[in-house]
Design a protein around this ligand. Structure first.
Ligand SMILES: [Zn+2]
Length: 301
């Protein structure tokens, strides 16, 4: 064997011994991309994904991210990371004074063939409701802390999407719905104040994005088709991935200029009377529920 042959052989051995992820590879569970929990679970975050379950697991593994549960369209629940670990599913996020929801939440991914734009399967929702109720009961999570990814990252995330049945879940004690009669009680508040009361991020460009995320959740009939969910999804995802590798002090400035979800009708809905009325009614519900919880907690002490 000449020296050149030997080198060639060594290079070949190195290449062959590299771990290669084939297309039919399924990562073993639980996924390792997680960390020890340092604080109690107080929130649940609901997502959707459009891949097959095997592709989703590969994508999570390659991207070194994770979630606690996947529910496929047939209603099978697949545990991905144990609840006692922090999974990495929410990214840079905010809800009612809490920054970075990963550390305080359980994340659930719902498989959906069309970006949450058409009804979710009955089997899937029938599996989701008791799972969420069980998690809520075990950690004493109040309904106002059940959020969609789009509620906590409104400028970059649109999942679980406009067809997610929030009203039906609220009837099962998961999240809150509203009574239109309550709208008059909140007439003195601005749009920003009302979104703040509910929990949305409202600083800078988040205000318009949050108003749109609100509309997707509580006025889905006003959202014809979420073009941005499909259109800018990849660019937004890439910018977010890039942001995680930046030092924390540079991250905010980078994200402020990154691609984002644009409300498709230039925000004209912000003055729409139906939007304002529902926003006031929802804010009233969140305000009164949180006040009730504070009283209950005080009584327990
Ligand atoms: Zn998500």
């Amino acid at each position: 064997m000449t020296k050149a042959d030997f080198m060639f052989l060594m290079i070949l051995i190195c290449l062959v011994s590299q771990p290669v992820q084939r297309d039919d590879f399924i990562p073993s569970l639980p996924l390792p991309h997680s960390e020890t929990r340092m604080q109690p679970v107080t929130h649940i975050v609901i997502h959707h994904f459009t891949l097959s379950v095997a592709e989703m697991l590969r994508t999570l593994d390659r991207s070194r991210i994770s979630v606690h549960y996947i529910i496929d369209t047939a209603g099978h629940i697949i545990p991905v990371v144990p609840e006692d670990k922090v999974a990495w599913h929410a990214g840079v996020s905010y809800w009612h004074g809490l920054n970075g929801l990963n550390k305080a939440s359980v994340g659930i991914e719902l498989q959906h063939p069309d970006f949450g734009q058409t009804p979710f399967s009955e089997e899937q929702i029938a599996a989701l409701i008791p799972l969420v109720q069980d998690i809520m009961a075990r950690y004493h999570i109040p309904p106002e802390n059940i959020v969609g990814h789009s509620d906590i990252v409104p400028d970059a995330k649109a999942d679980p999407g406009k067809a997610f049945p929030w009203q039906r879940l609220a009837e099962a004690g998961i999240g809150l719905w509203y009574r239109l009669d309550d709208a008059d009680k909140m007439a003195e508040y601005t749009v920003k104040e009302l979104l703040d009361i509910i929990g949305y991020p409202t600083e800078g460009r988040d205000l318009e994005s949050s108003a749109y995320a609100f509309r997707r959740r509580w006025l889905p009939e006003q959202v014809a088709y979420d073009d941005d969910v499909v259109g800018h999804g990849q660019a937004i995802f890439e910018a977010r991935t890039q942001a995680t590798s930046l030092p924390p002090e540079e991250r905010a400035a980078f994200l402020a200029k990154a691609p984002r979800i644009h409300p498709p009708d230039d925000g004209t809905f912000l003055t729409d009377p139906d939007f304002i009325r529902v926003l006031r009614a929802v804010a009233y519900r969140y305000q009164t529920e949180r006040a009730k919880n504070r009283i209950n907690m005080g009584e327990n002490e």
